[in-house]
Every structure is written in structure tokens, then in C-alpha cells.
Design a protein around this ligand. Structure first.
Ligand code: BGC
Length: 385
């Protein structure tokens, strides 16, 4: 090819690229995606760091590798004003005190309750730490939320990313197998925080990983969450007994205060005198998502009318725990000195169903050597009128 033809061809390609290639824009925006790291303090397992993921729209997510805790999440309201929409504490020491109700943390090895801390795999019985008598809750006395994770920034096109990794040793909290777990937090310019969970084991075990962020779309510390209009894409939920263990029934939500198929304020029916609401002290239940496949699907959304903030939750998981902060009682002091009062945050914990290892009718949570556990959840932020 003659040099001049070659030059012409190149510039032609370049011009087309500029006009029509959407990746040009992506790259421009991607350059605004960033990860910043700072020191966060000392834990018994070593120094903790704080990672700040930022996108070009100004969304910021702060995550510490202690417990993988999301400590801060700045999202804009309908006037472009940013507020921190997750509950938590101002500093590491407060998380280390051991009285955090799992604010923003990674939950493992097993999200929610296992009846009496007992289960068996292939005829082998296991006994877990009982930390929520008479049951095991969120992985036992020192679950994934109370350990330091190895952390590294990761590059993925279109995302600012943090990867956390931890090997939970065989029989930690009573769970069998050395479990290698990876959790990735990835923020993009569509205001989506993607969380990827992966795990492998060297012995048959059980697994159920989630994140325990408490949201208040008015901004943390700005009152209760009862006015948020909640949607949960679930026709059934799993009713519980007096210790919050599922009875095994998949009960239709139709005609009950658990029907959130159409957006409904959280507080609209919370005092309806319903037996399940009495047992949960409000909403603290697993919903059976109406999923059509294994992919990421919309599971829930929450709209806060005064700020216009809108949160959508997508997941590959079969269930979601809707918990509305019924156990918050003002006994812990949060960011800016504001107490965590009753029902001032809500959680949408994507998960397999509580107590699955003891419930043959629920989707299985057993992980075997050679298999890979993988699950994804997206928290997407936007505004609506
Ligand atoms: C559980 C609640 C529990 C809360 C925090 C939720 O996932 O369902 O019962 O109180 O976590 O401790």
C-alpha cells in the first residue's frame, strides 16, 4: 500500500471511529472513574484501609476491607444535592466495638439464620456458634463482617473496582472446608454499584453471601424510612416462627401486608395486626423472587418522594431479605453523632433463603469441591419526580 493511501485510510477509520464508535464516549467517561485508598486504622488482624470509588456523576462509595463494609455512599437527589444514604459509623473503632448490627458489611459464610446452629451434609452433622439464641445468625460470632480482607484495586473497562479476598479456615465458626471467598465492588457511570461474590471450597460446605447495607434515601440520620415506596418482585414470602426461622411454607403475598408487587409505602400496613409482622416486629422476612432465569433481574426498588431518590436492586439470587430496622433502638450512635433510631434504615439483602440447609423445599446452598459459587447483585441509583 502506498504511504498516502495508507494515511487516507487511517484518517477515514479515525473519523468514523470518532463519530460512530460509542466506545469513544465510554473511554472519556471511564477516565473519570477512580479508586482512592487511605488508611482507616488498626484491627487485630492488621491495618485497615478505606477505598473510595468515584464515578463521573459524582457518586462515591467508601468501602473498608474490614468486613468489606460500605461505610458511606453519596447519591444525588432530584436537585443534584448529594447525601450519604447508608447507615453506619464515623470511624473504624465504632465498627470494631462489636455492636454494629452488620451496617454495610459482607455477610458470610451464611446469611441470615440457621435453626439451632445445626445442619448436616452427606450424613455428617455440624454445630455452629449460636450467636442469636437459639440460632446462628449471619455466619456466627465472628462472621465475614468481622475480619480483615485482602484488598486490591481492579481495572475493568467502565468500572472503578475493588476486589476483596479472604480464606475462611476449615471449621471457622463450625463451618466445614477451607472456603476461599472473593467479593468485588464495581461502580460504573450508570450509577450502578455491582457486587460480585465468588467462592470455592476444599470440603462440602454451605454458603449464602450477601451485603447488609442499611439504606435511608432521605440521607442517613434524617428520620425513619416508613415513607419510602417499596416494590418487591415477589409473589410469595417465607413466613417465620417466633425465633425468625422459616416454617418451610412459601406463602402467597396476595391480600397480605407482604404484597409489595406494586410500590407501597413501607409504613402503610406495618401496624396491620398481622401475625407475621408481630413475629418479625415489623418486616424482617425473606421474599421469594419471581425470577424467570439465572441472570440479573430486578428484585426490588425503593423510592423516597421528598428527595426523589430511587434505588433499584437487581440480583441473580432467588430471594431477598427485607428488614426495616426493627431492632435499631437508639443504643448506637452513628455518623455525625446521630443515634440509630427505630426503623431509620432498611436492608434489601439478596440471598438464598434463611435456614436453607434444613429446608429440603428451598433452593440448595451446598457448595462442593470443584464447584464455584457465583452470584451478582446491583444497587442502581437514580432520581424520579
Ligand atoms: C435479620 C434481622 C437482624 C438483622 C441485623 C437481618 O438480616 O433478618 O433479624 O436483626 O439482620 O442484625
Amino acid at each position: 500500500m502506498k504511504p498516502v493511501t495508507y494515511f487516507l485510510l487511517l484518517s477515514l477509520l479515525g473519523a468514523t471511529g470518532c463519530k460512530n464508535n460509542p466506545r469513544q464516549n465510554e473511554t472519556a467517561e471511564a477516565s473519570a472513574l477512580s479508586v482512592k485508598v487511605s488508611d482507616y486504622g488498626q484491627t487485630v488482624e492488621g491495618p485497615a484501609k478505606l477505598y473510595t470509588l468515584t464515578n463521573s456523576k459524582g457518586i462515591q462509595v467508601e468501602i473498608t476491607n474490614y468486613g468489606g463494609i460500605i461505610t458511606r455512599l453519596l447519591a444525588p437527589d432530584k436537585n443534584g444535592q448529594f447525601a450519604d444514604v447508608v447507615l453506619g459509623f464515623d470511624k473504624l473503632e465504632d465498627y470494631l466495638q462489636n455492636n454494629s448490627p452488620y451496617f454495610g458489611a459482607i455477610i458470610g459464610r451464611f446469611g441470615n439464620r440457621i435453626a439451632k446452629g445445626a445442619f448436616s451434609i452427606d450424613g455428617q452433622q455440624y454445630a455452629l456458634a449460636i450467636n442469636n439464641a437459639p440460632n446462628t445468625l449471619h455466619g456466627g460470632a465472628a462472621g465475614f463482617d468481622k475480619h480483615l480482607w485482602q484488598a486490591r484495586e481492579i481495572g475493568r473497562e467502565g468500572y472503578a473496582g475493588l476486589e476483596l479476598n479472604r480464606t475462611s479456615p476449615d471449621m471457622e465458626e463450625g463451618f466445614p472446608g477451607n472456603l476461599n471467598a472473593t467479593v468485588r465492588y464495581l461502580l460504573n457511570d450508570d450509577n450502578e454499584l455491582l457486587i460480585e461474590y465468588e467462592a470455592t471450597t476444599d470440603k462440602a460446605t454451605i454458603i449464602n453471601l450477601t451485603n447488609h447495607a442499611y439504606f435511608n434515601l432521605k440521607g442517613a440520620g434524617n428520620g425513619d424510612i416508613l415513607g419510602h415506596e417499596l416494590m418487591i418482585a415477589a409473589s410469595r414470602f417465607t413466613p417465620v416462627d417466633s425465633t425468625l426461622i422459616p416454617t418451610g411454607e412459601l406463602r402467597p403475598v396476595a391480600g397480605t401486608p407482604f404484597d409489595f408487587k406494586n410500590p407501597t409505602p413501607i409504613g402503610a400496613r406495618i401496624n396491620a395486626g398481622d401475625e407475621q409482622l408481630r413475629l418479625g416486629r415489623g418486616y424482617d422476612h425473606n421474599f421469594v423472587l419471581d425470577k424467570s432465569g439465572q441472570g440479573l433481574e430486578l428484585a426490588a426498588s425503593a423510592f423516597e418522594p421528598t428527595s426523589g431518590r430511587f434505588l433499584e436492586v437487581l440480583t441473580t439470587e432467588p430471594g431477598i431479605q427485607f428488614y426495616c430496622g426493627n431492632f435499631l433502638d437508639g443504643s448506637t450512635v452513628g455518623k455525625g453523632g446521630v443515634k440509630h433510631e427505630y426503623r431509620t434504615g432498611f436492608c434489601l439483602e439478596t440471598q438464598h433463603f434463611p435456614d436453607s440447609p434444613n429446608q429440603p423445599g428451598f433452593p440448595a446452598t451446598v457448595l462442593r469441591p470443584g464447584e464455584k459459587f457465583a452470584s451478582k447483585t446491583v444497587y442502581r441509583f437514580s432520581v424520579k419526580e
